[in-house]
Design a protein around this ligand. Structure first.
Ligand SMILES: [Zn+2]
Length: 172
């Protein structure tokens, strides 16, 4: 296993759509292991493949963040949301590709998601609470969508500029 570099905005790959995974091989298993290691190391509660530069529909999550909770690693391949509740929920979200920035984002409170697990088994599960938000945030990544796309344009431009400046500074 190895820790991968996490891409930061304004990297263009974070704004691109990803490809469906056509077969789940050793390569995908290795990628999933690396993504978990990278996510736990960061630390974060979710990571999508494009955040480590792989343009495939793969996400990993572990929303058990209280210290007394058992780890709950979930990997989803080709996930799609097949139902959302009318009820909404607001969480303060952050993203490993936009470090140290947080904003309240409102999304459906409950969802149903269909995906393949790493043994190519189709799973359907309902989720609520933090997990529902986390799944939606990660699936957005697979469509090139970031949580800052939900905030006002003014705020988004401000945060994007800040990261553009930092990227330029680091490139020097
Ligand atoms: Zn994110």
């Amino acid at each position: 296993m190895s820790i991968k570099e996490i891409l930061l905005i304004p990297d263009k790959r974070l704004k691109m759509k990803t490809d469906l995974v056509s077969s789940i091989t050793k390569n995908e298993h290795r990628l999933i292991d690396d993504m978990f290691e990278t996510m736990y190391d960061a630390p974060g509660i979710g990571l999508a493949a494009p955040q480590v530069g792989v343009m495939s529909k793969i996400i990993v999550m572990d929303c058990a963040k209280e210290e007394d909770e058992k780890p709950d690693p979930i990997a989803m391949i080709n996930p799609e949301i097949i139902w959302v509740s009318d009820e909404l929920n607001t969480y303060e979200e952050g993203c490993l590709s936009i470090p140290d920035y947080f904003a309240d984002i409102t999304r459906p409170a409950n969802i149903k998601v269909r995906y393949l697990d790493k043994n190519e088994k189709t799973i359907e599960r309902e989720a609520g609470g933090l997990l529902a938000t986390c799944i939606q945030h990660e699936i957005d990544h697979l469509e090139g969508k970031l949580f800052i796309d939900y905030i006002s344009r003014l705020k988004r431009e401000r945060i994007t500029k800040k990261f553009q400046k930092m990227a330029k500074f680091e490139a020097k």
